[in-house]
Design a protein around this ligand. Structure first.
Ligand SMILES: NC(=[NH2+])NCCC[C@H](N)C(=O)O
Ligand SMILES: [Mn+2]
Ligand SMILES: [Mn+2]
Length: 368
């Protein structure tokens, strides 16, 4: 009886797989396995790249963001997560003297050059097998960060966590500021809508609008709203988060980006996504933002994919806090979301334990 049991579906599947392994599928599967292995390897060490830059907007102080985030204990927190941390220090950006406005846009060449430098730094860090954390600086830096990431991982997808969509073009921007236009530089679908901005001839748009999801929006300009709707971009406003809850928002986000195939994730996190009561030291605060727990849940879910490859943490501006406490609180939240993106859990972890320690004669002696 037992011996003649029906073949299990799993056995059939195994046989099918074995047969397929001899064919061209074998190459495909092997490639998949290597990619997963590389990703796991990449998740193992973290590179920190500081980007003290502020010319993508008009308020001074955001160039001190990297120092504030390091002073809040970033390196120590990441080291305690059992991953080797390499802090590559801060990039050295030049301010170009002859840099006239282009249309309404201030400092186009300075911003273009800074992003070119950042792009190669991020590309090198990812190429060396690290998960890269870029500390801004203003959000115009995402242009170089995502571009450098894409040089190594052309199939990346982008999760943009922000109160703002940062998808203005120079022709729709109400401020001219490039930190409100970063995404427009990346998208292939906007190629014909972007003028030739001096300083940016080194790059071409490479991202499809289907490979981008926004979370946290609550201050979207009219031109940006038109672009989001026209390109059918997936986004979740704070209202959507109120309605669906952050677990469902993350489920739909990850299904949208990874449902058909696994690929590296670029997380671009603007600290102003958080409610200003949590993160007041930022240039363009907007009421009604993410709660602390929503921000942590969001980043835990991204970590759990095992696919996070580059993360930006931008727009921490220590000059804009009304007190030292306000600045320190903002930087502490920044450290928390970075740590959570890289594997810090709320349930704790037990890297140092193989068993529950038993008391010995020695330990009891010590207690006496
Ligand atoms: N990265 C940011 N904080 N961006 C704020 C952008 C504000 C506004 N939408 C603009 O384009 O000027
Ligand atoms: Mn923002
Ligand atoms: Mn932003």
């Amino acid at each position: 009886m037992k011996a003649q049991r029906m073949r299990s579906p799993r056995r059939d599947l195994t046989e099918t797989l074995l047969m397929a392994l001899r064919g061209s599928l074998a190459r495909f599967l092997r490639a998949q396995i290597t990619t997963v292995a590389q990703q796991q390897q990449r998740a193992h060490s973290v590179a920190i790249v500081g980007a003290p830059f502020s010319k993508g907007q008009k308020r001074r102080g955001v160039e001190h963001g990297p120092k504030a985030i390091r002073d809040a204990g970033l390196v120590g927190r990441l080291s305690s997560l059992d991953c080797p941390v390499h802090d590559f220090g801060d990039l050295n950006f030049q301010h170009l003297d002859k840099d006239e406005h282009f249309m309404q846009v201030p400092f186009p060449r300075t911003v273009g050059r800074a992003n070119q430098l950042l792009s190669s730094a991020v590309s090198r860090a990812v190429g060396a097998g690290h998960t890269c954390v870029m500390l801004g600086g203003d959000h115009s830096l995402a242009i170089g960060s995502v571009e450098g990431h894409a040089q190594q991982c052309p199939n990346l997808c982008l999760i943009w966590v922000d109160a703002h969509a940062d998808i203005n073009t120079p022709l729709t921007s109400p401020s001219g500021n490039l930190h409100g236009q970063s995404v427009a530089f990346l998208l292939k679908e906007l190629r014909d809508k972007m003028p030739n901005i001096p300083g940016f001839s080194w790059m071409k748009p490479f991202l499809s609008s289907a490979d981008l999801v926004y979370i946290g929006l609550r201050d979207v300009d009219p031109g940006e709203h038109y672009i989001l709707k026209n390109l059918g971009i997936q986004y979740f406003t704070m209202r959507d988060i109120d309605r669906l809850g952050i677990p469902r928002v993350m489920e739909v986000t990850l299904d949208h980006l990874l449902g058909r195939k696994q690929r590296p994730i670029h997380l671009s996190f603007d600290i102003d996504a958080f409610d200003p009561s949590l993160a007041p030291a930022t240039g363009t605060p907007v009421n009604g933002g993410l709660t602390y727990r929503e921000g942590i849940y969001l980043t835990e879910e991204i970590h759990n994919t095992g696919l996070l490859s580059v993360m930006d943490l931008v727009e921490v501006n220590p000059a804009l806090g009304t007190s030292r406490e306000a600045v320190e609180a903002t930087a502490a939240v920044a450290v928390d979301v970075i740590a959570s993106s890289l594997g810090q859990t709320r349930e704790g972890a037990h890297v140092a334990f193989q068993e529950i320690p038993s008391p010995t004669a020695d330990t009891e002696q010590l207690c006496l």
